[in-house]
Design a protein around this ligand. Sequence first.
Ligand SMILES: [Ca+2]
Ligand SMILES: [Ca+2]
Length: 265
Amino acid sequence: MAVSMVAGAMPISNVSASNDPRIYVDLHYEDDGDIRADVMLENVPTFFTGCFHINLGESWTYTTDNRGRKFTVAGCTGQGHTSVHESAEHWETIFITSTDMENIDYNGKLVSFYVTKSENFDPDNNGINVVYLSGENFVDNLYHSENNGNYVNLLPQTLENNPTMLGAYEYKVGDVNSDGYVDAVDCSMVWSATKDKAYYVNDIKNTYKSIFPKAKCAAAPDANQDGWINYSDGDDILQYYADMSTENVNNTNIGKIDIFELFDD
Ligand SMILES: [Ca+2]
Ligand SMILES: [Ca+2]
């Protein structure tokens, strides 16, 4: 789930809570319309060097940001060095190297790159996924150095339970009936669905149509993007509508375009 950051807010992943190591891509719409793909690491043990591949699939192609950069490096500031290289039209190869050959905690956002929809874009088949390619032409690994000097490749086990992105759906935050507006109708839909219960977005990602029949994805009613749909999301939508009606500033992500990634976990 892409979250345009509000000061103090933590990014919310729609990958279910788990201690399993995982590497996945989180898509964001930037304010100027660029689509940024953040490569996220969670619960991955420390390692000193690594290389892995990202399959862009058929729905996406590379592009650059508004400064002409294809990649931006987000992680390991001051501790290591991360470089990224293009290897083929639909593949990314990402190399990570620690300068001192020390094991480093790389969890969080590692690198970002920019994509645009390809001519083959299919909303139900557009996952961008990290894949493990073994074989002589590929060097996929995350090498952890043990005290005895042995190197252990963590990547196969890291990706063993990795969720697969099946699709990525554009939606407007807070637009529950998908009419393009966030207003009192959306508020009342959230209120009536959450009178006496709350929904965890990830729990209803495949069944949300039975609760919010017109929503584009399970995340659309989650106005404050905390991963839960509850009564206060209706309050937030109404506040947004009131602010828009009176030309007040509303410093939330409500009304912005976002991307909901559907994972298979
Ligand atoms: Ca609406
Ligand atoms: Ca919420």
